[in-house]
Ligand binder design. Structure first.
Ligand SMILES: *[C@@H]1O[C@H](CO)[C@@H](O)[C@H](O)[C@H]1NC(C)=O
Ligand SMILES: *[C@@H]1O[C@H](CO)[C@@H](O)[C@H](O)[C@H]1NC(C)=O
Ligand SMILES: *[C@@H]1O[C@H](CO)[C@@H](O)[C@H](O)[C@H]1NC(C)=O
Ligand SMILES: *[C@@H]1O[C@H](CO)[C@@H](O)[C@H](O)[C@H]1NC(C)=O
Ligand SMILES: *[C@@H]1O[C@H](CO)[C@@H](O)[C@H](O)[C@H]1NC(C)=O
Ligand SMILES: *[C@@H]1O[C@H](CO)[C@@H](O)[C@H](O)[C@H]1NC(C)=O
Length: 642
């Protein structure tokens, strides 16, 4: 499901500004270079008309942050298990100070705008000095960026969107000082691809368009058929099945210090009554317990919501994570309002990432009218479980900027766990793949020309991507799991983020033993990209309560809070020893030090894009990552680290 906000045109202002001289050409301009471009109009959108040259648009020029090229080094210093500084996380102040854009960058952009004929009084620098901002007419923006603006229309919803047609240009000497200019080429929104919870049907809600849901069928199940022991775990997965599968039965002790978060977006909500029916059966001491609401940008919960497409995700997340961490440990709900984009979450967690009137892309990251965007101040957690995903096709600069922010927050000791998706090597519930002309579209069986399209943020190296496993029909809880069978677990290789060095050994082995023997050409997947997922946990058929009834659901949406509960338990044990939380865990997971920590998953594959996708294999694979955790072993190893 996707949230496609309409672009807010400043029509009222246009008339007032109509008399302002549009542009003047300056002889001082250096050669313009293409800064960002898009191959094609995204799936579901059509070019409608030229934008009115007098329309006013809020141009945001995102300055390049300082020292970003050291981010990997900084992170490895505190997250590589062999580093003497392992675990020495940074303060938020140190992060802000280190990455603040330089004065040279501010000056270069300012000079460019003034030389292009814009009055100094119209140009503003955001509080945190991350963006240069300007209200410009479409005509001025077109001259400044050597581009043409058009209005596009969403085929199904009729929503209009303003964007450049191909790409935009900036002077060569400015290009190195900026990340991106918005609004320019971005489209779309965050798509809820990684949940089986939306199987109830497409329903336009509150002006937002949602994709047709996919995934395995949701099956009603009689409450009596669900046992609280772990005898029937191939047929229905209950909290005790998960405890048995991973040897995870840990009692939290540092319940005040420890912070555990679950993120839910836009209109998605849990229903307290459903949680209580579930707890009554599987965790009676939790009856009446709810997550602690941290509302971001007007995010609300709605206990009268009945649409399975709007309650399935949140209900599933809390029915899994709360019993697994146990009653004494509070769980926070970060309910993100507005467009429900990850940038809104990041803005609320990190003030300097934000600006007063929207340093993010207004077409993707806007808040509801009357709501003030929250910049910083959201109480942080050590671990975040996030079962939402979108195709890795939101534009390279936008995507990289957001990924970098996950990395900066990881420096402070946060762990971000993301679902890898439920559509195999294709992306989100539409099963999108990349066509040769760069368009993302559903691909029918037999078309082998399309590129696999993994999900973002799972492909960001600074988050941990979680895939799904399942017990084959008829097997016992002590038998090996397979890659998920009821739906293909999301996995593959990023087309944007190069393979980090901590993945070289594991991913290189898969490519030479398996990946290179599959007959997929370089146009099908990018063998130099970051591999996903990193780890896996059970994803079907998960027992949940929806609208008062027990139902079998699941997805990597289930796997993610399950793995998050275990990371939270590791943090608890470390806090009890006076150590810090684990933070960014990826380099540790792939290290020699973690040999034997995971149950290797060697059966199953992840079909998609009209292909068999990738098969599982010994060691890491792009279906189940390193495998499922042996909790006790994983915890002991993390306790050895400083
Ligand atoms: C891309 O290719 C597909 C399939 O050939 C076609 O349907 C689509 O219109 C093309 N899109 C563009 C923008 O060229
Ligand atoms: C642009 O216009 C809006 C709406 O009037 C205003 O709130 C905002 O402060 C302006 N931004 C700049 C950079 O002048
Ligand atoms: C978990 O631990 C509790 C308390 O020690 C025990 O009663 C229970 O049987 C254990 N459950 C599993 C599935 O091991
Ligand atoms: C809560 O859900 C109900 C049922 O779908 C809906 O009618 C109502 O408008 C929702 N309330 C809010 C505040 O969104
Ligand atoms: C493959 O990935 C690398 C790094 O991730 C990137 O530079 C390159 O452009 C990608 N190639 C294609 C064809 O997507
Ligand atoms: C829930 O179960 C009851 C009977 O147990 C049934 O009448 C009702 O239709 C079910 N609700 C849904 C949403 O399936």
């Amino acid at each position: 499901m996707a949230f496609l906000p309409s672009f807010r045109l400043f029509i009222g202002l246009a008339a007032a500004m109509a008399g302002v001289a549009s542009t003047s050409t300056s002889p001082l301009l250096s050669r313009r270079v293409l800064h960002e471009s898009r191959h094609a109009v995204p799936h579901g959108w059509s070019l409608h008309r030229r934008a009115d040259p007098n329309t006013i648009i809020p141009l945001n020029i995102a300055l390049r942050q300082s020292n970003l090229h050291y981010l990997d080094d900084y992170l490895l210093e505190i997250a590589d298990p062999t580093s003497p500084s392992y675990g020495q996380h940074w303060t938020p102040e140190r992060v802000a100070e280190t990455f603040r854009p330089s004065t040279e960058s501010v000056d270069a952009v300012h000079t460019w705008l003034v030389n292009d004929g814009l009055d100094r009084s119209r140009i503003q620098l955001s509080k945190d000095r991350a963006y240069v901002q300007l209200n410009a007419t479409v005509a001025e923006a077109e001259s400044l960026l050597a581009t043409k603006y058009y209005i596009y229309q969403h085929d199904d919803s009729g929503v209009e969107h303003l964007a450049c047609h191909h790409g935009y240009h900036v002077p060569e000497h400015v290009a190195t000082h900026i990340d991106l200019v918005s609004p320019t080429i971005e489209f779309g929104g965050i798509k809820l691809g990684a949940t089986l919870a939306k199987r109830g049907g497409a329903s336009p809600a509150k002006g937002k368009y949602m994709h047709r849901p996919q995934g395995p069928p949701k099956i009603p199940v009689a409450a009596e058929a669900l046992t609280t022991d772990a005898e029937n775990c191939a047929a229905s997965v209950t909290p005790n099945c998960l405890r048995e599968l991973y040897g995870f039965n840990y009692t939290f002790v540092e319940t005040q210090k420890n912070k555990v978060g679950v993120v839910e977006l836009a209109d998605q909500t849990y229903v307290a009554r459903d949680l209580d029916i579930f707890f009554q059966k599987f965790a009676p001491d939790l009856v009446g317990t709810e997550p602690t609401l941290i509302s971001i940008d007007g995010g609300t919960i709605n206990f009268t919501e009945m649409d399975p497409g709007l309650i399935g995700e949140s209900n599933l997340d809390f029915q899994l994570i709360m019993p697994l961490v146990g009653k004494p440990q509070p769980v926070s709900l970060y309910q993100v309002g507005g467009d429900g984009s990850f940038n809104l979450l990041l803005d609320a967690l990190d003030g300097p990432y934000c600006t007063s009137d929207g340093g993010d892309d207004p077409s993707l990251d806007s808040v509801d009218p009357g709501t003030t965007r929250q910049c910083g101040g959201a109480p942080p957690s050590f671990v975040y479980s996030i079962s939402y995903a979108g195709a890795e096709d939101l534009g390279a600069h936008y995507t990289e900027r957001q990924c970098t922010e996950f990395g900066k927050l990881a420096l402070t000791g946060m762990t971000f766990l993301f679902a890898s998706g439920d559509n195999g090597v294709a992306s989100n519930s539409l099963g999108l793949c990349l066509l040769p002309n760069g368009t993302a579209a559903p691909v029918s069986a037999g078309d082998l020309t399309a590129n696999f399209l993994p999900n973002f943020p799972a492909t960001c190296p600074y988050v941990t991507a979680v895939g799904a496993t399942q017990l084959p029909s008829g097997s016992k809880v002590t038998d090996p799991e397979s890659a998920s069978i009821d739906f293909p677990s999301g996995g593959g290789f990023s087309n944007l983020f190069p393979r980090p060095k901590w993945q070289n050994r594991a991913v290189g082995k898969y490519l030479s033993n398996v990946g290179d023997t599959l007959g997929y050409g370089p146009e099908v997947f990018n063998r130099s990209g970051r591999g996903v997922p990193d780890v896996a946990a059970n994803g079907a058929p998960t027992a949940v309560v929806l609208d008062g009834n027990f139902t079998l659901s699941g997805g990597t949406s289930a796997s993610t809070p399950i793995f998050a509960a275990m990371v939270a338990a590791v943090n608890d044990a470390r806090l009890a020893l006076g150590k810090g939380p684990v933070g960014w865990i990826n380099p540790v997971l792939y290290s020699h030090f973690f040999a034997g920590v995971f149950n290797d998953i060697t059966t199953g594959s992840n079909t998609g894009c009209g292909t068999d996708g990738f098969p599982t294999a010994q060691g890491w694979d792009p279906v189940t990552g390193l495998g499922t955790p042996k909790f006790e072993t994983m915890q002991q190893r993390f306790l050895v680290l400083p």
